[in-house]
Each structure stands twice: as structure tokens, then as C-alpha cells.
Design a protein around this ligand. Structure first.
Ligand SMILES: *Cc1c(COP(=O)(O)O)cnc(C)c1O
Length: 459
């Protein structure tokens, strides 16, 4: 049996001569097509010999080869519709970018630019000038520097100012951000020596003061981005730390994590530290992320006093942490939304934060209606969205979810995740739910089509 089946298996040349395969060769290239065809035939042969399986028809093999070629050349990084209601979702790529930011990145990427060229003088310039003026104007800082991400920003500050010396930090701020970023580890990597003061829940100014020695290089404050302490707690304010630092001539480094340029309390949220408030309070250096609440591309932004920024700029590590031209272009565009007072309208992150419950309810209702027309049992239920990205822990924004009760939520969710485009939703009370807050309006039709396709595949 398997012998006669084995005889039916085409040679590689015969498979390659099929019209469909010849076309695939044009599309995917000769080498990849031949290599994939060889692997396919080897596996088919093994299945015939090992499992006694029948030999597929030639046309079937040709079709299987196309599927494999397609899969091999598809980018693994693909768009996802975020229906989770978590606005800054680190696993889903954090901040979606504004149209202006995307256009600026495209423009910087498709041709040459004055990235490191002074057009006025006709000579070499610096890539570090591009976002500096915007950051200075928006934060009130004397100077600014942009690096790869905020983890890099913190590392650079510590290396440049405190390597081989001591950095004082409250025990309540020895945080783990996620993705393996732990403040004690970063300190160790930088070559600075960690000096912990206070207790987990309470740290006083006198604790810092008692720890200051000739070995002290800096005072570090880290925003407890992703958790909140309640009850019997005490923290030293940044202003108090700055005063202490001035007394002993010590720089104060303030890692804000997300940081924000807009006042989050205006949106019914708790206060998330504003960058300009830290600058105003007198921090020597303030670090924050480009792709959290700022709503730009991945970057680490450092603003602060000129002399300290100058030291960072000269540090050899800065070269290793430097940002790409498309990042600088996107960042400048994202920052200019704030300069023009248009972030709420133009930055997707702030549009999502600012979206009114009534608006979300209307969208969810339209989704439910459309799905009901197609025979699905769809409801609109009140719920809450979160900001995410290690900011505003425990804070929520009221929303309305589209819920699909009575369907196997796990199986439907798995279908949606592996569809094209992929959809990530959340399960509430055994029902798969979709939060319109984080679904971009132009994705509505794609989402509905994906839900219907996943539903039909379950039948
Ligand atoms: C998010 C965060 C970081 C890391 O920022 P990345 O931009 O992700 O590198 C560092 N510190 C704090 C307090 C954070 O919240």
C-alpha cells in the first residue's frame, strides 16, 4: 500500500513545473520555493512511509506549497484590533500614533533628511537638536535629550551622574515595572551603589538626610507607576527632595515612568505626575516614556538642567542608546500636538481617554445591532476601561462593552486572535466582550467582519 502511494509522490521537478508553483516562484523567489517544496515533499514522504497516509494529489501539494510560502514570508509583527479597553497596552504596542506622527515618520524614512546636518551652515549637525526646542517649550526645562526608551534614560542618568558612587532611594520606590525592569537591577547595572532608606510604606526627609555621605552622588525618586499604596503611608515630596539636594549640592533624578503633559484629573482620573510639575519643582533630571501617555513612538525623554543634560550628551552610552530618524520625526509630530493645544483631538491615546460614555454607548449599540441582524445574540453592558501602561493603577473610565453571551467565549476568543486582522478582546462573566474605547473608529467594519467570521467558524 505505502509503496504504491510512495510511487505517486512527484519529484521536486515535477512539482515545480506545475503552473501554480511556477507562479509562486515568481512571487516568492526561486530559492525559497525550491527549499520549501523540498521540505514539503520530505514531510509528505515521511507521512506516507511512517503513518501509511495516502499521497496527496499534485494540485493539493501545489496548494500546500503556496500556503507554506505565504506563511514563511508573512511578517510576524501584524496589526491587532485592541478591544480590551486597556488604552496603553504594552503587549499590544502601547500608544497608537497620530496621523501627523505617521506622516512625519514616513517622510523621514523614505528619503534623506537633515538628521545630523546643519542646513544653514552646510556642515555636520547633531541629531539631538530636533526634539529639544519642543521639549523645552512644553516642559519649561532648560535642556532635553532623547534616547531609546525610558529604561535607557534612567540607566544613562545613573551611569553619567553616579557610577561608582551612591544613590539614595526610598524603599517604597524600589519598583518592578514589568518586562524585567527593576529599579535595584538598573542601579546595579549602572555601577551606582543603591542606598535604601525608609520603610516600604513610610519614608521621611530625615531618612534621606541621615543617609547622605561624601559617597552620595544623587537622590533618586521613582514614580510607583503600576501600584498604589493606601493606609499608613508617607512619601517625601519632590520639592522637599530638591531642597535637600540643594543643601548638599546633590542632583535629584525623577523617573516619572509614563509622565504626562496634560492634567489627567480633567478626565475624571487621579493625578498622574506632569512633567512640567517636576521641572517646576526643580528636579535636576526628569525621565519619561515616549510611548505611554505622551502618545508618541518608543523613546526615553530626559529633560532638565543644562549642565546635567550636557554630561549625559557627552557620555559614551548615549551613542549606544541613540534614536532613529523616524523616531525623532514621530516624536516631534506627537509633541507638536501639545504645542498647538490639540492633543485631545489628534493623539489617539488622548482621544481614547477623552471619549465620552455616551459616544461609546452609541458605538457599542451600533455594533450590537449589526451583529443581531446577522443572527448573533449581542448585548451592550456597562463596564470600565483602564489607561494601562503602568500609569494610573486602579483608575478606570466608564465605558459600554459589546458582550456576546451564550457562546463559548474561550473558543471564540482564540478564533479572533488567530484571524486576520487579529482581535484581542476580554472575557467578562463568561461572555466575550469588546470595548469600543480602544478600537480605532476606522476599525469598526473590520471588527464586525472578524466577529462574524469567528462566529460562523464555530457553527
Ligand atoms: C514604564 C516605566 C519605565 C520604563 O519605561 P520604558 O519606556 O518602557 O523603557 C521606567 N520607569 C517607570 C517608573 C515606568 O513606569
Amino acid at each position: 500500500m505505502s509503496h504504491s502511494e510512495l510511487r505517486k509522490l512527484p519529484s521536486i521537478d515535477r512539482l515545480l513545473q506545475q503552473d501554480a508553483v511556477a507562479a509562486a516562484r515568481g512571487q516568492f523567489g526561486h530559492d525559497l520555493t525550491v527549499e520549501t517544496a523540498r521540505a514539503l515533499l520530505d514531510e509528505t514522504r515521511a507521512a506516507i512511509v511512517g503513518n501509511g497516509q495516502p499521497c496527496p494529489e499534485l494540485a493539493e501539494l501545489a496548494a500546500a506549497l503556496r500556503v507554506r510560502l505565504h506563511a514563511a514570508t508573512q511578517p510576524t509583527l501584524q496589526p491587532v484590533i485592541n478591544a480590551t479597553g486597556v488604552i496603553i497596552h504594552t503587549n499590544l504596542g502601547r500608544a497608537p500614533l497620530s496621523d501627523d506622527a505617521l506622516a512625519a515618520m514616513r517622510l523621514a524614512g523614505e528619503g534623506y533628511s537633515n538628521l545630523e546636518y546643519d542646513l544653514g551652515a552646510g556642515q555636520r549637525g547633531s541629531r539631538y537638536v530636533h526634539a529639544v526646542d519642543l521639549l523645552r517649550r512644553l516642559t519649561g526645562a532648560e535642556d532635553a535629550l532623547v534616547v531609546n526608551n525610558n529604561a535607557a534614560a534612567v540607566l544613562l542618568c545613573l551611569m553619567a551622574l553616579a557610577r561608582g558612587r551612591q544613590v539614595i532611594i526610598s524603599r517604597g520606590q524600589l519598583v518592578e515595572i514589568g518586562g524585567g525592569f527593576r529599579i535595584p537591577d538598573v542601579l546595579q547595572t549602572s555601577g551606582a551603589v543603591l542606598v535604601e532608606v525608609g520603610t516600604t510604606n513610610r519614608t521621611h526627609l530625615r531618612d534621606y538626610q541621615a543617609a547622605i555621605s561624601p559617597q552620595t552622588a544623587a537622590l533618586l525618586r521613582v514614580h510607583s507607576s503600576n501600584f498604589r499604596q493606601i493606609g499608613f503611608t508617607a512619601e517625601v515630596s519632590l520639592a522637599e527632595l530638591v531642597t535637600l539636594g540643594q543643601q548638599y549640592n546633590l542632583p535629584v533624578i525623577d523617573d516619572l515612568g509614563s509622565g504626562t503633559l496634560l492634567d489627567t484629573t480633567r478626565f475624571g482620573l487621579a493625578y498622574e505626575p506632569r512633567v512640567q510639575d517636576s521641572v517646576q519643582a526643580g528636579a535636576t533630571l526628569v525621565t519619561f516614556s515616549g510611548d505611554k501617555l505622551l502618545g508618541g513612538p518608543q523613546a526615553g525623554l530626559i529633560v532638565g538642567q543644562h549642565a546635567a543634560i550636557a554630561r549625559l550628551r557627552q557620555h559614551p552610552l548615549t551613542r549606544a542608546l541613540r534614536v532613529d530618524k523616524t523616531t525623532l520625526a514621530g516624536l516631534a509630530a506627537a509633541l507638536s500636538h501639545y504645542l498647538r493645544g490639540r492633543a485631545e483631538q489628534q493623539s489617539p491615546v488622548w482621544r481614547m481617554i477623552a471619549a465620552q460614555e455616551s459616544e461609546l454607548a452609541a458605538r457599542a449599540a451600533v455594533w450590537a445591532e449589526r451583529l443581531a441582524e446577522a443572527g448573533l445574540n449581542a448585548h451592550v453592558v456597562p463596564s470600565a476601561s483602564t489607561v494601562g501602561g503602568g500609569s494610573l493603577p486602579g483608575e478606570t473610565l466608564p465605558t459600554r462593552l459589546l458582550a456576546l453571551p451564550g457562546l463559548p467565549a474561550d473558543r471564540l476568543a482564540a478564533r479572533l486572535r488567530t484571524g486576520q486582522p487579529a482581535v484581542v478582546a476580554r472575557i467578562v462573566d463568561d461572555a466575550l466582550c469588546f470595548d469600543p474605547r480602544t478600537v480605532l473608529p476606522e476599525q469598526d467594519e473590520l471588527l464586525l467582519a472578524a466577529i462574524l467570521a469567528a462566529f460562523q467558524a464555530l457553527l
